[in-house]
Design a binder for this molecule. Structure first.
Ligand code: TRP
Length: 332
């Protein structure tokens, strides 16, 4: 049985919707690299079908997949330890989703707070597709097909992991113990706020610094970052929330304590502080970008091809077990 020993297989993933930014780095990538280097057998799914839950435009997906691979490899995820693969290239995922859709009620699926928020944010209330409504069931297949022990995710994904565990238990009880019951692993870093100070960093809110931003882009974005009235560099979440937010970013980037940063800029103004922060970000991104410049697209796609191959083997093996358990492995 899977649960007898510690299951050191890890699965996580992303939607290929655009380049990765500092929020992704501190919220998940850094932790993935650490876990990979601690010896977790890592699987990363690029969830391309999940992209079209809230938009039908597919024109950028292929390019986004390539760029995602370049981002992954440039931060230190490594093809020897991590298997990267594309959701739509593993047909067993669709089959498993079909089976799982029978193990969960529509009312249960409708009670997912993350999906509700996404529907609201995209103003889809009057026209929610079945795929949008039920994508957490598909995500349960993304996870369970690979029999992982842990799933590192952000807080917004916890409802999906709960549903995943319920589906796994339901299948195991109805048929036989095929699935591991994976645990969510929350990364210790809170969500990074964007440069507008008001919301979390994200591409769609136009408040992000991308891992692939040039030095000039970084400098100009930081220059434009929202601050507060006054001119002193103080850490005061209530009265100077935007400056506090930038100090938080500084802290993460430079690995310095708040007091140290405030001390550095005592008697100085926002201009000097922002220049300092900008340069810290530039040097933080330097090794990542150096690595990126050495990785060719051809190599990145070859890594993905190999990953798909390996993922397909695991997928076939698990789906065979699923069908045997269901007595639907007809040999006609
Ligand atoms: N829903 C995740 C996100 O938007 C992406 C994702 C798809 C995922 N399948 C997954 C994450 C499986 C973890 C495990 O970020």
């Amino acid at each position: 049985m899977v649960s007898d020993k510690i299951n050191r297989r890890l699965l996580t993933g992303d939607r290929p919707t655009g380049p990765l930014h500092l929020g992704h780095y501190f919220g998940s990538l850094k932790n993935r690299v650490k876990l990979q280097d601690e010896g977790y057998e890592t699987f990363i799914i690029i969830a391309d079908y999940q992209v079209i839950t809230d938009r039908l435009d597919t024109s950028a997906i292929k390019e986004n997949i390539t760029n995602l691979m370049l981002d992954y490899l440039s931060v230190g995820l490594n093809s020897k330890k991590t298997t990267f693969f594309v959701q739509s290239m593993i047909p067993q995922l669709s089959e498993l989703t079909q089976i799982f859709s029978m193990l969960v009620s529509t009312s249960r699926v409708g009670r997912n707070p993350t999906v509700k928020e996404e529907i609201k944010a995209m103003k889809l209330e009057s026209n929610v597709s079945l795929g949008m409504f039920s994508y957490p069931v598909s995500q349960a297949a993304d996870i369970l097909l690979f029999l992982p022990g842990v799933v590192p995710v952000g807080e917004d994904q916890l409802p999906h992991i709960e549903l995943t565990k319920e589906i796994a238990r339901k299948f195991n009880t109805a048929y036989s113990e095929v699935f591991s019951i994976p645990e969510a692993l929350l990364s210790a870093t809170p969500r990074l706020m964007g440069l507008d100070g008001s919301q979390k960093m994200s591409k769609s809110r136009n408040n992000a610094i991308f891992l692939s931003d040039s030095t000039d882009e970084v400098r100009s974005k930081i220059k434009k970052a929202v601050t507060d009235s006054g001119s002193e560099i103080v850490y005061d979440k209530n009265n100077k929330p935007n400056v506090a937010n930038l100090i938080d970013l500084y802290q993460l980037i430079a690995g310095k304590k708040v007091e140290e940063i405030v001390g550095l800029y005592a008697g100085k103004g926002y201009k000097e502080f922002k220049e300092g922060l900008g340069e810290e970000i530039v040097s933080f991104l330097k090794p990542i970008q150096e690595k990126r410049s050495k990785v060719t697209e051809k190599y990145a796609l070859e890594v993905l091809r190999q990953g798909n191959k390996k993922a397909l083997e695991v997928a076939q093996s698990t789906l065979r077990k699923v069908k045997v358990a269901m007595k639907m492995d007809y040999r006609l």
